[in-house]
Design a protein. Structure first.
Length: 117
């Protein structure tokens, strides 16, 4: 298993995680770990808009760029995190699952994950 896929599988092993995607800020899918049934390319195309909107909000508030965005959806939670100036990480979780340890690991491994792409 390639190193990037192994690193993403470790994130996917957190409770409730169904999909982990690495994508460019242009919305192009680079790597996806998760069950079939997700239109990963469409999710990748949408995630940069979430990151851009959150960064715009940070600019308007004077609080700086968004590092991680959590979006509560009817069926779960979508996390979009900045890995670098060119890369994003998107993680989709089932509803009703705590994810604080996952957020901590995502923050700690951000630079490492970016370096694997």
């Amino acid at each position: 298993m390639p190193v990037l896929e192994t690193a993403l599988a470790a994130l996917a092993a957190h409770p409730g995680v169904e999909h982990v995607l690495v994508l460019g800020r242009d919305g192009l899918l680079i790597q996806h770990v998760g069950d079939a049934g997700l239109d990963a390319e469409t999710v990748s195309a949408m995630a940069p808009g979430v990151a851009q909107a959150a960064t715009a909000l940070g600019g308007a508030t004077g609080m700086g760029d968004a590092q991680t965005v959590a979006v509560r959806l009817d069926g779960g939670v979508a996390l979009v995190a900045s890995l670098s100036a060119d890369l994003l990480l998107a993680v989709l979780l089932r509803d009703g699952v705590g994810f604080a340890p996952l957020l901590r690991e995502m923050a700690e491994r951000r630079v490492e994950l970016a370096g694997l792409v």
